[in-house]
Design a protein around this ligand. Structure first.
Ligand code: THU
Length: 160
């Protein structure tokens, strides 16, 4: 028997002003998208902005449904649209902002497990890392240099 140790590294910025102006702009797009979320059940609004290598920004927000499992997270709404609209264009960066309408969301909100899996598919497809930034409604911003860093031992096409 042997043990393997996998390390994950995250950069933590004190606030949005601390990141580059390009990322501030991307996150501001995510915040704008968040305000368009359809989240009448959870009252938890999530916005995502995706930067493509051609400079285009794709945004999305969570879309809920009275039949709860039929709803979709912001990350998957946005990344599947990016994949559908620009199938041959690489994704450079993905920014997430989440805000509860009930509580003050100051803790950075990472993508859920299902969304990590969905983003991982595109990272493997394009053979280059997708940088992820995530935050709450205000406060700290966390950066992951890739999706793989957020999903060790990922399930991908190599195991099929
Ligand atoms: N949600 C997202 O949009 N992204 C995530 O990564 C986690 C959760 C949404 C789904 C649902 O509409 C609400 O947040 C509460 O779970």
């Amino acid at each position: 028997m042997k043990s393997i140790k996998i390390e994950a590294k995250f950069d933590v910025f004190e606030n949005l002003e601390e990141v580059s102006s390009e990322i501030q702009n991307l996150m501001n797009n995510a915040i704008e998208a968040r305000r368009k979320a359809y989240a009448p059940y959870s009252k938890f609004q999530v916005g995502v902005a995706i930067l493509l290598e051609n400079g285009e920004i794709i945004t999305g927000s969570n879309q809920e449904n009275a039949s709860f499992p039929a709803g979709l997270c912001a990350e998957r709404t946005a990344i599947h649209y990016a994949g559908a609209k620009y199938p041959d264009t690489k994704i450079t960066t993905l920014a997430i902002s989440a805000a509860s309408q009930i509580n003050n969301t100051i803790t950075p909100v990472p993508p859920c497990g299902a969304c990590r899996q969905a983003i991982a598919e595109y990272e493997v497809k394009q053979s280059s890392p997708i940088e992820i930034y995530f935050m709450g409604s205000t406060g700290k911003v966390v950066r992951s240099e890739s999706l793989e860093n957020l999903l060790p031992l990922m399930f991908d096409k190599t195991v099929l």
